[in-house]
Design a protein around this ligand. Structure first.
Ligand code: SER
Length: 319
């Protein structure tokens, strides 16, 4: 069966690059981008686009039928920091969109679903170092609660209705093409923009806040690999732990200084500090490595080089 893929939330930070990569692999016509608003020129010009409200079942169904879609990647969500400002909206968007897609699969209209979970499913009572796949999970943000509930629903739909849903718990994702949207890990992207624009950055997380992070290319690879794996290989139908690197604001600033020696960092923690403090520092992702061959490629040093190289073109920065 030929793949016909729909990406919901295609204009977001991860959706943009996922769409471009899936089009490179499957051809532009096989990958339908959709979002509630239009995206970057690069995305809009790369293939078909439809406006979809992820909370409206009928608007998704219409596009699924129009293009005979068989796989859906649901990338629309309200992230941790914005979710704390709009808790009900975050819950509504994150849960309704998931139910819409799971129900499309349950009714047989689509065959496979990707839905991302997050390190935000963990909470203050979770072991912080090398956080296991199965452990105490008492998330303290609305975003985390929605992702944890979502994981339970994914497993439920798999067990009860045979829905082929696959999921990974993304760490903080670092990229330069599309801006991130309202996450606690966004400092690790802002820092590169500010380093090149102003030579300094005031971090909203404190110096020693270590969090699990991943460069976008690794995140996209993981997403495509788990979707391509044989169904029998996917032994966890809630969501897989996934890890790349872990670092603190201080450590990334030291890495930036290797290229921009005068770079200065200061710290003014805000409400996001408490969110970050409730999350793991590092993740044990051995199950993903064993079950479907996950392997990350990009470490802190490499990520810093890629970010500075690409963003220096945008800001016309010479070094
Ligand atoms: N990057 C996300 C956030 O900070 C975590 O999934 O909300």
């Amino acid at each position: 069966m030929n793949k016909s893929i729909l990406i919901i939330g295609a204009c977001g930070q991860i959706g943009t690059e996922l769409t471009l990569k899936l089009r490179e692999i499957n051809g532009e016509k096989a990958v339908i981008a959709s979002d509630i608003h239009e995206g970057s020129n690069e995305l809009m010009q790369s293939g078909p686009f439809e406006l979809i409200n992820a909370m409206d079942y009928d608007s998704i169904l219409k596009v699924v039928e129009k293009y005979a879609i068989n796989e859906v990647y649901l990338m629309a969500a309200m992230l941790s920091a914005t979710g704390e400002k709009f808790p009900e909206k975050a819950w509504e968007l994150n849960m309704n969109s998931l139910f819409n897609v799971l129900n499309l699969a349950k009714s047989g209209k689509i065959k496979k679903v990707f839905w991302p979970s997050s390190i935000a499913v963990f909470g203050p009572t979770t072991p912080k170092e090398n956080t296991p796949q199965e452990t105490v999970m008492e998330p303290s943000t609305v975003y985390g609660i929605s992702k944890q509930a979502g994981e339970r629903w994914c497993e439920y739909y798999f067990n009860k209705f045979g829905v082929d849903v696959r999921s990974i718990r993304y760490p903080g994702i670092i990229s330069w093409k599309a801006n991130p949207g309202g996450g606690t890990t966004d400092y690790a992207i802002e820092i590169f923009h500010k380093a090149l624009q102003e030579g300094k950055y005031n971090s909203f997380l404190n110096k020693e806040t270590k969090l699990p992070m991943m460069y976008i290319d690794d995140a996209i690879d993981a997403t495509i690999n788990i979707m391509d794996a044989k169904p029998e290989a996917i032994k966890i139908r809630s969501s897989y732990n996934l890890a790349g690197m872990s670092f603190t604001p201080h450590e990334v600033s030291e890495e930036i200084k290797k290229t921009i020696p005068n770079f200065e960092i200061s710290y003014s923690p805000d409400f996001r500090q408490k969110i970050a403090d409730s999350w793991p520092k590092s993740i044990d992702d051995s199950k993903a490595r064993e079950d479907w061959g996950w392997n990350h490629k990009v470490d802190l040093e490499k990520m810093t080089t890629i970010m500075l190289e690409n963003l220096s073109l945008k800001y016309d920065f010479n070094y």
